[in-house]
Design a binder for this molecule. Structure first.
Ligand code: HEC
Ligand code: HEC
Length: 390
């Protein structure tokens, strides 16, 4: 991959300024405290590639959603979100059976100027859904949570009778060629950061790689596809200087990126935290999970205060798209750490405020939402103060 220093150096410089840790607090965009000098080097190389703007000569397209990871992951700093949404579509028959038209559900927003390569949502599509970006702060800790921990949380048949029946997403992980429990993406569609990197490089940017070797541009027939993307082999090649592929760099950046720290608590938010537990929010937004044994001390049996069980639930907001292990109705419980930096909310970005997101909870979360609605105004204020401290 060719590097264009003048494009990404200013962004990297701006982020580097934030690496410093002031008064013991880890600023957004910093690496995990305690990383080794070698890990810091991998993190910096990863950050460079994450912010690098790709062109058609690098393999961008023929169809794509953005020309760098950072275009969609940059608020409040690189690794975060943006207000764009992307589009998934498909067909649902009268019996509710879902079919992905043309073999996939992601319809790209842009294509390299050439009328042959333009992606079209087919006229038969009757489900069109939007997906908002998810921040990657703390992703290495999330990746290090053992599958068994997530499997132990699931209760698909609601045996405990609390109305909540989360399901672990059993997916095939292309990075390890094993069945794993998915935890990344709104549908928990990927289990590892390397697999998500390969998925995003091909699906968001049209850059083929070892894990996702084929171009996709839905609705473009194979003949036109060949004309749009003349066969030149895989586009994500190993950098001769560093020995790294793009997907390795993305993995390293996300793995070593620290989670967003909580704002200091006051009496109001402390009271809100107790309410969060008391009214059942914590049944799905589990406050803390733990990483397993790990040869790297950064990830060895560490608490992960993410406020999510990472399981698939039907809370009445399903987007109608079946994907990986998730049904049309299911969405993964999103982590709430870093919530104060995130707007709009929900998988489709349809909730402008935290309160509007809470009021959209139904089905498995019906009881929790009703309890929220029954709170006294003072208590609601406390709960929202707690959520805004995350
Ligand atoms: C066009 C916007 C866009 C671009 C470009 C983009 N992403 Fe994303 N990212 C998203 C969206 C939207 C989601 C949620 C997707 C979903 O679940 O359907 C997401 C989710 C993710 C997640 C899941 C995080 C979690 O905790 O669940 C990771 C990891 C990720 N992106 C990494 C990357 C990497 C690496 C790149 C560059 C190769 C990249 N993204 C490029 C929009 C983008
Ligand atoms: C049955 C599991 C479940 C329960 C109980 C639950 N949630 Fe959620 N929550 C979810 C899921 C799943 C989503 C994602 C829905 C979507 O995006 O369509 C979500 C989304 C959210 C979001 C938006 C986060 C984002 O990044 O978009 C907030 C805020 C939230 N929940 C707070 C709460 C609060 C407060 C309670 C208690 C009143 C609660 N939740 C109870 C599963 C649950």
């Amino acid at each position: 991959m060719r590097r264009r220093w003048w494009v990404f150096v200013p962004a990297v410089a701006a982020v580097s300024l934030c690496f410093s840790q002031t008064a013991g607090r880890v600023l957004p965009g910093s690496p995990l405290p305690g990383i080794t000098p070698r890990e810091m080097e991998l993190f910096r190389m990863g950050l460079e590639d994450f912010t690098e703007v790709e062109t058609p000569e690098d393999g961008l397209g023929p169809a794509f959603n953005g020309n760098s990871c950072a275009v969609c992951h940059s608020v409040p700093v690189i690794g975060g979100i943006s207000s764009m949404t992307e589009i998934r579509a498909g067909y649902r028959d009268e019996n509710g059976k879902f079919t992905a038209l043309n073999g996939g559900t992601l319809y790209h927003l842009f294509s390299i100027p050439n009328h042959l390569c333009q992606v079209k949502i087919p006229p038969e599509a009757n489900v069109v859904a939007r997906r908002a970006p998810i921040p990657v702060f703390g992703a290495g800790l999330v990746e290090a949570i053992p599958d068994e921990t997530l499997a132990a949380l699931e209760d698909p048949d609601d045996r405990d009778g609390d109305g909540i029946s989360g399901r672990a997403a059993r997916v095939f992980d292309v990075a390890t060629s094993r069945e794993r429990i998915g935890r990344f993406g709104w549908k928990s569609q990927q289990a590892t950061l390397l697999a998500f990197s390969g998925d995003a490089y091909r699906n968001e940017m049209g850059i083929t790689n070892d894990l996702f070797p084929d171009e996709v541009a839905l609705g473009v027939d194979p003949e036109n596809m060949r004309l749009c993307s003349p066969g030149r082999g895989l586009q994500d090649v190993r950098d001769r200087r560093t020995g790294m592929r793009g997907i390795d760099n993305f993995e390293n950046f996300m793995r070593f990126l620290a989670p967003i720290e909580r704002a200091p608590l006051d009496d109001e938010s402390r009271a809100g935290e107790l309410l969060f537990q008391a009214i059942g929010c914590a049944s799905c937004h589990v406050p803390v999970l733990q990483t397993g044994e790990n040869s790297n001390p950064l990830f060895d049996r560490k608490p992960v205060p993410l406020y999510a069980d990472l399981l698939l639930h039907d809370v009445g907001t399903g987007d109608g798209i079946e994907q990986a292990a998730a049904s049309a109705e299911e969405i993964r419980t999103p982590a709430l750490w870093g919530l104060r930096f995130r707007r709009p909310l929900l998988h489709d970005g349809s909730a402008p405020t935290v309160e509007k997101a809470i009021l959209r909870h139904g089905n498995e979360a019906e009881a929790a939402r009703q309890q929220y609605e029954a709170l006294a105004p003072e208590q609601r204020k406390q709960l929202l103060a707690f959520l805004n401290s995350l």
